[in-house]
Design a protein around this ligand. Structure first.
Ligand code: GUN
Length: 297
């Protein structure tokens, strides 16, 4: 039996449509349009693609997209000054600084400089602390997108055993907090976990976020599990021609889909959900800052 393919693109389109309807309502009833500012420092090709996609989707949802492209040699002081200006700009509801940043800039200092109520990445320690203590804040986009896919598949996650492979601040740790808050039993595993394969075999929910191409194979997966592949790895694809690449996840898709009940593909799984959740966070941030109550989803 082959796993059900989770179509993150279709799911995220529905989410963006829902956001667009809310944005339209805010415009007609409250006479404002939420604005998302994205800052890119330098010329990293992958970051350029991400930022372009974010801006496109923001505009598609009816929100305002404000883009700042700064040169590679921008100093930390210059970046902090721009963030300070945007923190005080009433028309900006969300601020995202694309990572990674050039070496002369301390990314932690930059993240902490963003006003927590405009931190639509959910990376600020205030938002991380609120999530860790089960209080409403702004939640990181990729794990939130994964949670929505899991809840769509399982409904209630109570008592399910979730194994997360990866312990980053961006995915692994917040994913664990979200799943705990949803009453799952959570194991965080990583590259130094002893018997990693056995640990994964116990998972009803397996979230792979290690950044190692196709590390998790079918024999690591319990029959009937749901597999969420967060990895986006560029690997050489000589069969497509010299110097060509293909995108692959942290999960070996073919063998995993023979074991799992449901699996997210790469690309087209978690990726599109991340951007949809960024727009969701911007909408939520805009409404909370103005004390407008909406149905948060
Ligand atoms: N770089 C890779 N993923 C992310 C993300 O989710 N947010 C930001 N700001 N930068 C990233």
């Amino acid at each position: 039996m082959s796993a059900k393919l989770i179509d993150g693109k279709a799911f995220s389109n529905q989410l963006v449509d829902k956001i667009a309807r809310q944005v339209s309502l805010l415009q007609s009833v409250h006479h404002f349009t939420p604005g998302l500012a994205v800052i890119l420092v330098g010329e990293d090709p992958a970051s350029q693609v991400y930022v372009r996609n974010k801006a496109e989707r923001t505009k598609k949802s009816g929100m305002r997209s404000i883009e700042h492209r700064l040169p590679e040699q921008t100093s930390q002081e210059e970046l902090l000054a721009l963030i300070d200006k945007m923190n005080r700009d009433e028309a900006i509801d969300g601020i995202l600084v694309q990572l990674p940043l050039p070496a002369q800039i301390d990314d932690k200092a930059v993240i902490q400089a963003i006003a927590p109520e405009k931190d639509v990445d959910g990376f600020h320690v205030v938002n991380a602390g609120l999530l860790a203590t089960g209080q409403p804040g702004i939640v990181p986009c990729t794990p939130y997108g994964c949670l929505l896919l899991l809840q769509d598949h399982f409904g209630d996650l109570s008592g399910l055993h979730a194994v997360i492979v990866g312990r980053s601040n961006i995915v692994g740790k917040p994913m664990a907090q979200l799943l705990l808050n949803a009453h799952a039993t959570v194991t965080i595993a990583h590259s130094r976990t002893k018997e990693l394969e056995k640990t994964c075999q116990q998972a009803d929910i397996l979230v792979a976020a290690v950044g190692r191409p196709e590390m998790i194979t079918g024999d690591w997966i319990k029959k009937g599990a749901m597999v969420i592949d967060v990895g986006i790895n560029r690997v050489p694809a000589p069969e497509r021609g010299e110097g060509k690449f293909r995108l692959t996840g942290d999960v070996a898709f073919d063998s995993a889909s023979r074991q799992a009940a449901a699996i997210t593909p790469v690309p087209g799984g978690v990726g599109p959900m991340t951007i949809a959740c960024l727009l969701r966070n911007t909408l939520v941030a805009a409404c909370r800052r103005r004390d407008i109550v909406i149905d948060e989803f």
